[in-house]
Ligand binder design. Structure first.
Ligand SMILES: [Cu+2]
Length: 96
């Protein structure tokens, strides 16, 4: 009786463990075209802004080519939230 219960608990733990360890499921990569960056300093500022959003990893920000490439965990943040943060910093998101 005790053993069966322990096995059931272990099974549930194993399922939860593997479900939690599924990588990449909620991670998205996106490249946003951005207007308003004039120089490398603007790009650095945007990188800092993006870095402060939980779940966001900055891949590349380019003031020369006017884009930001990021990966984000959709379980922690959303594209809307990211776009909002970019607009708040004074830049314009042109497209997705
Ligand atoms: Cu600048």
């Amino acid at each position: 009786m005790m053993n069966r219960r322990m096995i059931a608990v272990l099974l549930i733990c194993a399922v939860l463990f593997f479900a939690g360890c599924q990588p990449g499921d909620s991670v998205r990569q996106v490249r946003l075209d951005i207007e308003g960056m004039m120089c490398g300093s603007c790009a650095n500022n945007l990188t800092t802004v993006l870095d402060t959003i939980g779940g966001v990893t900055v891949v590349e920000v380019s003031a020369t080519d006017d884009f930001a490439e990021i990966t984000y965990d959709s379980g922690e943040t959303s594209l809307d939230e990211i776009k909002h943060a970019i607009e708040e910093s004074g830049l314009t998101v042109v497209s997705e």
